[in-house]
Ligand binder design. Structure first.
Ligand SMILES: Cc1cc2nc3c(=O)[nH]c(=O)nc-3n(C[C@H](O)[C@H](O)[C@H](O)COP(=O)(O)OP(=O)(O)OC[C@H]3O[C@@H](n4cnc5c(N)ncnc54)[C@H](O)[C@@H]3O)c2cc1C
Length: 475
């Protein structure tokens, strides 16, 4: 079994956590990741790599046909179903990202001649060692109104010393989801800074064991009791700020060094990487199905399914699921073999799905809240069977019973609902789905920028020509 090492310097509640596997805030998720990793040894999550002679994650496969792409889908689905879509930054996303860079490696040689060789080596290492990887792109929120050139040096991650073996960097990055659990973090910057750009324009991968690298965790949303907190006890993937105090990055992990255009290109590549987005959309779909399933069960448990307004709301959740499913399906059907021989899902539908996801999830949670209503706060603070008074237990069973389910079944269901709509973990997921893919406002403008507008122009021309022809006829 692959052992998770976790990061070196992890800070929670002002204290350094030395043993993640045993710490209450990390234990459950640690176990979950361990179980997911074990599945790489089998299909559909893993495939046998011919060169290595062992199973590696499907995220690393390079599809040349639609069938091979669908094998990837099965792997992404298997991991996300096991975690109900609640673990968003499992390394399959980052694996797909690196696979995308690996496929297009020659494109980046113009920004750094060493890129192809280094990414090739890292891709092989990641695949073979089953290293865990996450990403950290955004700089800390200090004063977003200031143009980059006016931001203080500490606000942007920068090089403080260069040696023949690598660079020392200082500064911070927000946010790296899953940082305490991973071996490496991919660090880039989404823009170019005109002045002294070499200092700021670096794309590298840092080991979480690096001296000077501090992982500053947000408050833990994890819980211990599986029966009371089925989600928080297994799936708090944690988010963290990463502080760099003169962290050494060796040359072989610096993919683009001091090239402003190159780092922006690499960031755009992340924003447009179909294989990585394929994973995110599959994960989103799983999560929306989960919420739709919980909402249906909640509605049925109190039999409000008879009311039209409830039917309409739950129906909206099914439409969300079917819309994302249809987009995913179309991206596969419209997929094509690129010049480099790689079968790629069509990008537009994946981007639409990602963008819809930023508002769909909060809408789904809002619907679940409206349907479960007061039922989510009527839950006793512990399980009915844990009450010390047996007579009261019996009595509560009659009050908490559902229309067609026992009190035990119904309260267990509402506990999941509460975790989604009312817990800290639930709020974090709402925030995550709005922002994980970047600022939705700016991502949508990127969509505008990249959209093929020509067919729309052609349509308009057709209409205008028709009007003109009619006008001429009427003359
Ligand atoms: C739970 C969670 C987990 C995350 N995990 C990761 C991760 O693992 N890896 C990673 O790289 N990132 C991660 N992110 C970060 C994510 O990429 C950013 O949140 C996202 O890019 C938005 O940036 P920001 O949070 O700095 O918001 P800001 O950029 O500060 O935006 C705040 C508000 O101001 C507006 N605004 C700011 N600047 C402009 C501008 N120039 N023009 C117009 N409007 C503007 C925005 O529209 C927004 O409404 C995560 C975020 C969350 C919430």
């Amino acid at each position: 079994m692959t052992a998770i090492k976790g990061a070196g310097h992890v800070w929670l509640d002002g204290k350094q956590v030395t043993n993640l596997a045993e710490h209450a805030a990390f234990k459950g998720t640690f176990q979950t990741i361990q179980e997911l990793l074990a599945r790489i040894d089998d299909e559909p999550v893993g495939y046998k790599d011919a060169k290595l002679g062992k199973y590696v994650h499907q995220a690393f496969s390079i599809p040349t046909t639609k069938e091979q792409l669908l094998e990837k889908r099965a792997a992404f689905e298997a991991w996300s179903i096991q975690s109900f879509g609640m673990m968003s930054r499992l390394s399959d996303y980052a694996y797909a990202l690196i696979t995308g860079y690996y496929i297009d490696r020659e494109q980046f040689a113009q920004y750094d001649a060493t890129f192809p060789r280094k990414i090739e080596r890292y891709y092989e290492q990641l695949k073979s060692e089953r290293r865990l990887l996450t990403t950290a792109i955004a700089d800390p929120q200090i004063d977003r109104s200031k143009p980059l050139t006016e931001r203080p040096e500490h606000a942007l991650l920068h090089v403080v010393e260069e040696t023949t073996d690598g660079i020392y960097v200082s500064g911070a990055k927000m946010i790296a989801t899953g940082a305490p659990y991973v071996d490496d973090i991919l660090v880039n910057t989404p823009y170019s800074k005109a002045e002294e750009q070499e200092k700021f324009a670096n794309f590298f991968i840092v080991s979480t064991q690096s001296p000077g690298l501090e992982i500053i965790c947000r408050k833990s949303h994890a819980a211990q009791d599986l029966a009371l907190y089925p989600l928080a006890s297994q799936f708090d993937e944690m988010d963290a700020v990463v502080v760099f105090n003169r962290v050494f990055i060796p040359n072989d992990r610096i993919f683009i060094r001091g090239n402003a255009e190159g780092v922006v290109k690499a960031h755009r590549h992340q924003q447009l990487n179909e294989l990585a987005h394929y994973q995110t959309v599959i994960r989103l779909l799983t999560k929306l199905k989960f919420v739709a399933g919980v909402t249906t069960a909640v509605a049925e448990s109190i039999r409000v399914t008879e009311f039209l307004n409830v039917q309409q709301k739950v129906g909206e959740l099914y439409m969300q699921v079917d819309t994302i499913e249809a987009l995913l399906h179309t991206s596969e059907t419209n997929g094509f073999v690129q010049e480099n021989g790689v079968f790629t899902p069509s990008a537009v539908q994946l981007q639409v799905a990602r963008n819809l996801g930023t508002s769909y999830y909060s809408r789904a949670i809002s619907i679940l809240k409206e349907i479960g209503a007061g039922g989510f706060t009527q839950l006793p603070s512990t399980l009915i069977e844990r009450f010390e008074d047996e007579a009261l237990q019996k009595q509560l069973e009659t009050y908490y019973v559902g229309a067609a389910s026992s009190a035990k079944q119904k309260t267990a269901l509402f506990r999941i609902g509460w975790e989604l709509v009312g817990s800290e973990l639930g709020s974090r997921h709402d925030l995550y789905e709005r922002f994980y893919t970047g600022d939705p406002f700016r991502i949508q403008s990127l969509f505008f920028e990249n959209y093929d507008k020509l067919p729309l122009d052609d349509y308009l021309d057709t209409f205008l020509t028709k009007i003109q022809q009619r006008e001429e006829l009427l003359l």
